[in-house]
Design a protein around this ligand. Structure first.
Ligand SMILES: C[S@@+](CC[C@H](N)C(=O)[O-])C[C@H]1O[C@@H](n2cnc3c(N)ncnc32)[C@H](O)[C@@H]1O
Length: 269
C-alpha cells in the first residue's frame, strides 16, 4: 500500500475488527497505545463504526471521514430532491422512473443514497478496499435504522461490491453480470487548479487515492455497456474538450452532469 495504514481499535469488539483488518491486510493497533512511527492513516473502529483519518489528526477530531447516511446535510438533500431536478433529470427519471443504476465509482455513497431515494435500484462499485470498508460499515449501520423512513427505504434499494469498474463492465458485456440501465461516474478528476476548494473528506480521498488519470477509457467502457445512458458528474461548469461531447448537460451549483444517451435509447431525454 502506498500510504501505510493501520486499523486502530479498543478491546471492545476486537475479534470483529481483527477480522476486518485481516481482510484488508492491515495490522491491528490498540487504540490505547502510541501509534508506531511512519503511519499515514488510521482506520479507526469504535462504537460509531469505522472512520478514516490522517494519522497526525488529534484523536476524535471532526476531520474523520466516515460513511454516515443519517448525516443531517444528506437528509436535507434527500428531503429537497426531486425526480425532475438535477440528478433526477440527469438520470432521466421523468421517463424511466425506477432504473437499475450502476454507481461505478461509489466513494462515500452519498450520490448512491440520493439515487436510491429517487427510486433507483443502485449497485455501488468501489475499488479501494479502505473506502469499500467504510461504505460497507455505513450501509450496515444504516440498515439497522428504524426511525428514519427515508433512509430505510433508500438503503433497502442499495447493494455494494468491491470491484474495479472496468473489470465489472467487461463482465457485463460478456453476459456474466446484469446489464445496468444507467451507469453513473463520479471519479476523482484531477484538480482544475491548486486553489480549487474541495470538501474535507473528498480532499482526504484525493490525497489517499489520487485522481483518475485515464477517465477516457472508463467512459468508453461505460458507454459500451449501459442500456440507456451514462451520467458523468464533473466539478465546476466546464467539460473536457478531449472527450467525446455529451448528448446534453444538466447544470448544477458546484458540479454539472454530462449525459451520454445510448444510441438504442436516443429518444430518452
Ligand atoms: C469522488 S469519489 C465518489 C464520490 C461519490 N459520488 C459520493 O457521492 O460519495 C470517487 C470514488 O470512485 C472510486 N473509483 C475511481 N475509479 C474507480 C474505478 N475505475 N472502479 C471503481 N471505483 C473507482 C475511488 O476509489 C473513489 O472512492
Amino acid at each position: 500500500m502506498q500510504h501505510p495504514v493501520v486499523l486502530s481499535c479498543s478491546m471492545v469488539d476486537r475479534p470483529r475488527w481483527a477480522a476486518v483488518a485481516a481482510r484488508l491486510g492491515l495490522s491491528l493497533h490498540d487504540a490505547a497505545t502510541i501509534l508506531p512511527a511512519g503511519i499515514s492513516y488510521l482506520l479507526e473502529a469504535g462504537a460509531q463504526g469505522l472512520c478514516l483519518r490522517a494519522a497526525l489528526d488529534a484523536a476524535q477530531s471532526p476531520s474523520a471521514t466516515r460513511v454516515e447516511f443519517l448525516d443531517p446535510a444528506l437528509l436535507y438533500r434527500l428531503r429537497t430532491s426531486g425526480k425532475r431536478q438535477g440528478l433526477g433529470q440527469a438520470l432521466g427519471l421523468h421517463k424511466y422512473p425506477e432504473p437499475f443504476v450502476l454507481d461505478a465509482t461509489a466513494g462515500l455513497g452519498r450520490d448512491a443514497l440520493l439515487m436510491a431515494h429517487l427510486g433507483c435500484r443502485v449497485l455501488m462499485l468501489e475499488r479501494s478496499p479502505l473506502i469499500h470498508a467504510l461504505l460497507e460499515d455505513g450501509l450496515a449501520r444504516a440498515q439497522l435504522v428504524t426511525d428514519e423512513p427515508l433512509v430505510q427505504a433508500a438503503v433497502a434499494r442499495m447493494q455494494l461490491q468491491q470491484a474495479e469498474a472496468r473489470e465489472w463492465l467487461l463482465q457485463v458485456r460478456l453476459g456474466e453480470r446484469e446489464q445496468p440501465d444507467v451507469i453513473y461516474l463520479d471519479p476523482m478528476f484531477p484538480p482544475r487548479n491548486k486553489s480549487a476548494k474541495v470538501k474535507k473528506d473528498i480532499a482526504l480521498l484525493q490525497e489517499l487515492l489520487g485522481a483518475e488519470e485515464d477517465f477516457a477509457s472508463l467512459l468508453q467502457a461505460a458507454r459500451a455497456t449501459a442500456r440507456l445512458r451514462v451520467v458523468v458528474k464533473r466539478p465546476g461548469s466546464k467539460g473536457d474538450v478531449r472527450l467525446p461531447p455529451p448528448s446534453f448537460t444538466v447544470p448544477g451549483k458546484t458540479a454539472h452532469f454530462e449525459i451520454y444517451v445510448s444510441s438504442s435509447a436516443s429518444s430518452m431525454r
